[in-house]
Write a protein that binds this ligand. Structure first.
Ligand code: ATP
Ligand code: MG
Length: 660
């Protein structure tokens, strides 16, 4: 792909702090290599051992991996277990009943703490409530809720009775919600009267009503409503129930439904960065195993940790690293409602200080916006807060630009916390490539190496292995327990999307481009496969040009796309957000020239954007990812006809239409 090796260009290397390494679950690279070797020598034996050691099985499995219908792989299929039992009852048996499971902070700052005993009770009562409405094993339940204790309870309660949940992020419109309700064939929707974001009350129940009125939702028998604000809602007689009424008088004991390890725990739609979202179906056993292992390996979770993942439960990160992973390992975790910029852009730092968070996990989009905010307002700069409780930082969702990484490392981690840049996808269920904080020397902008048991590789368009130093297509060569099982209701699309025939039909295609360093073998994600640029025969990832732009002191964010060009095949068009306000006229032209020269100096003249446009923001998915596919259309000067259901800020498209 690229001739340039981002790791080589990056001379900063940060070995794990000695004190961290000494105490880490995986301590030192030898320990990492030993696990990798175990997986290579006896792949199934490796996973079987981990599944036996980490999960509680009601009935043990006898077969580890069934490949007879590949790529419809099955893991631990004849084993029976319950995910909620593994997250709650197991911890009570370990004597953790009084330990705080959730520290919930609402948008207005009110804090609620819930112990493992209390969480267990709430989940059982709600599970019994669901059963009283006839919901059972195999039913699909859509959850459209704000960040709340009740949201986690709803997911866990579904798991307890074997119902498959499909969480829809609370920012989606009625139309997007209806499409998902119809696609999964939901029998119930769980929602709230309203949600609170940045001091504003926004409707949820009213949107559910609107979605159901759009049609084709006959299967939905009930809507259960959590009362968040007390705002006015219409309750349809017979169909709609308040959550508090439903749980009133329910027993706090609910026998778990023992299900096959392959039973679908949830279906979750992808972000829509590259196209129409896909309903990704996950398993129970294999999924939970990886959620637990990555909590232990990547996050090095310890009994006294206060873990904080800032994701929403509407995204896979919220599933694996809020609802399931932290609870399955008996951790204390913070859950927050609201936005990072309310009451001011110091909210995250304030919450870390107040709750003494030890592990903090967020997205590059949040980091970039908070850098911009801190630059503009010294009173909410992280150096105004006591962040000394932190011992580990994480990043997820997009490639993190080296400059943003450095800011995070210095200003939030005080140069003493390892940063784990975790590469993974809705489809992978949990981390795939990430540094191990007590082992891996860190390089800003690199997700470093694959976790033990994950057979990641880089291949060319025909599926042949590429040597280190040569960019190509990221694949995973062997199935792993937490992988996507299928696209809900569409095995054919599943096979085509992830196991294409060109690669032999048995290799998982991630859809991202990557390069491995010649010496270290470290991976760097270079962008989506579709985003690879070809300028006069030079293949480049979008990521390195974007990172060069972001390294300029004036730039807050940048997205780069290719545009057909008669002479060079493709030319580079960059969309840039400055830390200051959006420039126009001659000033814009002048800054554009400076940025073009800057990129030429940082990477080389070939990477110089032919065109630069400035915006107040970039088009982003509701999970905060840049939608380059829309920018490609804008760069060409064409009208957008693609699916924009997951676009957060449609108004920005108008601004970015015009060339300077
Ligand atoms: P869709 O599949 O609908 O186009 P999406 O790929 O954005 O949307 P997600 O599953 O939420 O949906 O995101 C996974 C993608 O996010 C990865 O394929 C990768 O492009 C990007 N990503 C996530 N974490 C990282 C990371 N640490 N470094 C680089 N890229 C990352
Ligand atoms: Mg994807």
């Amino acid at each position: 792909m690229s001739d340039l090796d981002p790791v080589k260009a990056e001379s900063r290397i940060f070995p794990p702090p000695a004190a961290f390494a000494a105490d880490a679950t995986i301590s030192g690279m030898d320990a990492y290599y030993a696990l990798c070797a175990e997986a290579e020598q006896d792949y199934e034996g490796f996973w079987a051992r981990l599944a036996r050691e980490n999960l509680h099985w009601y009935k043990p499995f006898s077969t580890t991996l069934d490949e007879t219908q590949a790529p419809l792989y099955k893991w631990f299929e004849d084993g029976l277990l319950n995910v909620s039992y593994n997250c709650l009852d197991v911890n009570l048996q370990k004597g953790l009943g009084d330990k705080v499971a959730l520290v919930f902070e609402a948008d207005g700052g009110e804090v609620t703490k819930v112990s493992y005993t209390e969480l267990h009770q709430k989940v059982c009562q709600f599970a019994n409530g669901l059963k009283s409405l006839g919901v059972g094993k195999g039913d699909r339940v859509v959850i459209y809720m704000p960040m709340s204790v009740e949201g986690v309870v709803a997911m866990q309660a579904c798991a307890r009775i074997g119902a498959t949940h499909s969480v829809v992020f609370g920012g989606f419109s009625a139309k997007s919600l209806q499409e998902r309700i119809v696609d999964v064939g939901a029998v119930m929707v769980i929602t709230a009267d309203q949600q609170v974001r940045g001091g504003k009350h926004l409707p949820l129940k009213a949107i559910v009503d609107e979605a159901l009125a759009l049609g084709d939702c006959q299967k939905v028998r009930n809507v259960v409503v959590y009362q968040r604000t007390g705002g006015e809602v219409t309750m349809a007689g017979g169909r709609d129930r308040w959550m508090h009424d439903l749980v009133a008088g329910q027993s706090a004991v609910c026998e778990p439904e023992w299900v096959s390890a392959e039973h679908p725990l949830f279906i979750l739609y992808t972000s829509g960065s590259t196209g129409k979202p896909k309903g990704v179906q996950h398993s129970s056993g294999g999924y939970l195993l990886w959620a637990m292992l990555t909590m232990k390996w990547t996050f090095d979770i310890k009994p006294n940790d206060v873990f904080w993942c800032t994701a929403d439960i509407g995204w896979v990160t919220g599933h694996t690293y809020i609802t399931y992973g932290p609870l399955a390992v008996g951790a204390t975790e913070i859950v927050f409602e609201g936005i990072p910029t309310y009451p001011n852009a110091g909210r995250f730092w304030d919450m870390i200080q107040k709750h003494k968070a030890t592990i903090f996990y967020t997205a590059p989009t949040a980091i970039r916006s908070l850098i911009k905010a801190a630059d503009g307002d010294a009173t909410i700069h992280p150096n105004k807060y006591d962040l000394s409780s932190l011992r580990l930082l994480g990043s997820v969702g997009e490639p993190i630009n080296p400059e943003a990484w450095m800011w995070y490392y210095k200003n939030i981690g005080g140069e003493k916390c390892p940063v784990v840049d975790t590469f993974w996808q809705t489809e992978t269920g949990g981390h795939m490539m990430t540094p191990l904080p007590g082992a891996t020397p860190l390089v800003p902008g690199s997700c470093t190496l694959a976790l033990p048991g994950i057979m990641a590789a880089i291949v060319d368009e025909t599926g042949h292995d590429l040597p280190n130093g040569q960019g190509g297509i990221l694949v995973v060569k062997r199935p792993w327990p937490s992988m996507i099982r299928t696209i809900w209701g569409d095995d054919e699309r599943f096979k085509k999307s992830y196991f294409p025939e060109e690669f032999g039909g048995k290799v998982y295609l991630a859809g991202d481009g990557a390069i491995r360093n010649k010496d270290t073998g470290y991976f760097t994600i270079t962008g989506r496969i579709d985003d690879v640029l070809n300028v006069s025969g030079h293949r480049m990832g979008t990521m390195e040009i974007e990172s060069a732009l972001v390294a300029h002191p004036m730039v807050a964010e940048a997205a780069v796309v290719g545009k057909p060009d008669e002479t060079t095949g493709e030319s580079i068009c960059a969309f840039v957000v400055l830390k200051r306000s959006r420039p126009t006229g001659d000033e814009a032209k002048q800054i554009a020239t400076e940025l073009r020269n800057w990129v030429a100096k940082e990477i080389g003249p070939i990477a110089k954007p032919k065109e630069i446009r400035f915006g107040d923001n970039l088009p982003k998915t509701r999970s905060g990812k840049i939608m380059r596919r829309l920018l490609r259309v804008l760069a060409k000067g064409e009208e957008i006809t693609q699916d924009i259901s997951t676009l957060e800020n449609p108004a920005i498209l108008e601004q970015l239409k015009q060339a300077l």
